[in-house]
Design a protein. Structure first.
Length: 380
């Protein structure tokens, strides 16, 4: 019996305390409203929310499928929306707690202006409850609980220009939680010729996504599982809205790449790999890049081992053989499975070393320099 099978056999086993309470938690974010937890008064970063309905003195948020209904004094599941005297406000506006200049490959985006950098920002908060969250120190916190600084949309754009960033990336925590901040910043960025990248769990309503898409140039979308049950248990949400987000982005011509983390005992199996691969082929097309990413123990799943290299390689090989043209195996330094191949002549057209571009044989028109085949993505 291998380690994975051993862990599966011990799921829910009280005789193995390290596993108890982690494998089948009550984890639905939509049920996790914080009653009576709003601040007594609004602070300088507060803004009225963009997507909500008033129901008497209650408010219903329409930004994501959680549809948090708040009475006065309540706080939303994402921890950043509050009802104050019958009006919905966001506390995540102009107060990023994380900022950095990152290679766009780190998002990961491999077909979106390779070799460029993005000014990356995040506030506290997230609308999911992922047990494996890598940034839980900010995603599972309230804005009041983290160290942040004043950086309003105009200042974000100025900073991006200062550092010669081609794009602004809304990342680290979930951008849907700081929707208003992202939306306003993205509009101003476009006015200055800066592109916008959204690194997201895809758990957003169409009503909020449609007006945002004209300002989003690239997206990295986490498709965390291909099972409603696993989405419930592992991430605290539902599968269908994420699939709808991917189809909407395709419809509205947003460039996006799909990322699936292969989590031991949850998604590190060929059933998941085959389901995701088939759905992408049938609904998004063979040119959609798919990244299989290696899990490392984090947050509430520290008892699990890292994803085996064997399943990572099997996943990549299967997706390629099934017909996807751009499939990557990542988060495993030294593996060498993150180069881009021309689908026609099969030569390496983008060679990567970590987050750096070692060699680039795609021209500004997005064509292979060897045979002229179009490489899917944004390369101009």
């Amino acid at each position: 019996m291998n380690r994975r099978d051993l862990l599966v056999s011990m799921t829910g086993c009280a005789a193995y305390p390290a596993c108890a309470g982690f494998f089948k938690p009550s984890n639905m974010a939509e049920k996790a409203i914080f009653k009576g937890d709003a601040p007594k008064k609004l602070w300088k970063w507060s803004r009225e929310c963009y997507n909500y309905e008033k129901k008497g003195d209650k408010t219903e948020c329409l930004t994501c499928p959680n549809h948090c209904e708040l009475s006065p004094g309540d706080r939303s599941a994402c921890r950043v929306k509050v009802n104050i005297d019958g009006t919905a406000y966001t506390l995540a506006y102009g107060n990023p707690c994380s900022m950095n200049v990152d290679p766009v490959e780190k998002k990961p985006l491999f077909h979106f202006h390779p070799g460029t950098v993005a000014f990356s920002i995040a506030t506290a908060g997230c609308n999911l409850r992922c047990l494996n969250c890598q940034n839980w120190e900010i995603s599972q916190k309230k804005p009041e609980e983290v160290v942040s600084r004043d950086l309003f949309p105009e200042d974000v754009v100025k900073t991006a220009l200062q550092y010669n960033c081609k794009a602004i990336a809304y990342t680290y925590a979930e951008p849907t939680a700081f929707y208003e901040y992202m939306f306003d910043t993205a509009k101003i960025a476009h006015q200055h010729g800066i592109k916008n990248v959204c690194v997201t769990n895809g758990y957003i309503s169409r009503a909020a996504l449609e007006p945002l898409c004209p300002y989003i140039d690239g997206a990295s979308v986490n498709l965390k599982a291909f099972s409603e049950e696993i989405y419930n248990d592992l991430n605290g949400c539902h599968l269908k809205p994420v699939l709808e987000t991917l189809k909407t982005m395709k419809e509205l011509n947003v460039w996006f790449e799909v990322i699936t983390l292969l989590v031991p005992t949850y998604t590190d199996n060929m059933e998941t790999v085959k389901g995701i691969t088939g759905w992408i082929l049938n609904n998004l097309g063979p040119d959609t890049p798919l990244h299989f990413s290696r899990f490392h123990p984090e947050h509430k799943l520290t008892q699990l081992p890292p994803t085996s290299i064997d399943i990572l390689l099997k996943a990549q090989d299967y997706a390629r053989s099934a017909g996807l043209r751009y499939v990557y195996a990542g988060n495993a330094p030294g593996l060498g499975r993150e180069n881009t191949f021309c689908p026609k002549c099969k030569k390496v057209v983008v060679e990567r070393e970590g987050f750096s571009i070692a060699r680039m044989d795609v021209d500004a028109k997005g064509q292979c320099r060897f045979c002229g085949e179009k490489i899917a993505g944004r390369f101009a």
